[in-house]
Design a protein around this ligand. Sequence first.
Ligand code: KG4
Ligand code: ZN
Length: 344
Amino acid sequence: MLILGIETSCDETSASVVRDGREVLSNVIYSQIAKHAPYGGVVPEIASRCHVEVIHDVVRQAVVKAGVEWNALDAVAATRGPGLASSLLIGYTAAKSLALCLNKPLIDINHLEAHLYGMFLGDSAPDPSEVMPMVALLVSGGHTCLIRMNHLGHYQLLGQTLDDAAGEALDKGASLLGLGYPGGPVIEKTAREGNPQFVRFPRGLASSRSSGDDRSLCFSYSGVKTSLKYYLKDHPETETDGTFADVVASYQEAILDALVQRFEDAIRRENVRYAGCGGGVVCNQRLRNKLQAAAQRSDVTLFTAGPGFCTDNAAMVAGLAAHRLNPDIDPFTLDIRPSFPVGA
Ligand code: KG4
Ligand code: ZN
């Protein structure tokens, strides 16, 4: 079973060929970061124009690198949502056209579900049916949520961010710190030189966490960002007095701690044996280590998306598509869905 996947939900144009939902034959990713960096974030109009310019070449390269013939493909899959409308439109329309030309089925994919599928790609990845139910943490630039995965396609949202996503908090924090875009990688690098206990930034929603109300597995990141802003205003010497890396490390720690605390709470509450994580922020090695330690404390086995399958990529789209071969509604009749909840 060979599936070509296409991903254009934000600022990466990606195409991939995956065999049998697991073996990644190619995963071509064209990152637009350099185009958006001067603006400090993704500019939707620039993103969609860029997708139009490169998508033909990215898709062609994915098929050539995979070493397969076009007519050997069994289906074409693409991200339908959630994401930027004008970006989704390019990839989903390209996939529709290609599937029509090749006379192959089209498969529509939810981007969040695809991120979760990242942990099932690659040789050492588990078989999804053998490790569910599991609790999964999805943490990216646009989303932060905890999900109970009962089977592939059957999910229960346990909690999510009430305001900013964790990746967004890293990106906005990096901007306040003058570190540029995207914030996650540069904050991680700078934080390695600093003391994460230097400033105690807020962990968000502390009271609801302890009271066990229905927000106890939710996140809030707007406070930590505001707190950093006021810290920098009150300590203008931060850049020159040798404490800059300490402040960056402390900010990162507050964001990661909030993720790990609720991840651990969710594992205990759901009483599962397996846990997983995916999304761009899972590239962060300190987060990976902390989640691993939390999993050990709670006696669950943790599966983590491989580094190449955390940030946006089409392999997760093509891989998941192998499990969605007979969708209830013909995807040719569907349009993009910029707000597309997981499990809908
Ligand atoms: O999954 P993704 O590529 O796109 C979305 O679906 O949002 O995630 C992008 C996010 C950005 O916020 C970026 O700053 C963050 O992932 N990120 C990281 C790292 N690499 C990327 N965050 C922390 N540490 C990293 N090494
Ligand atoms: Zn994503």
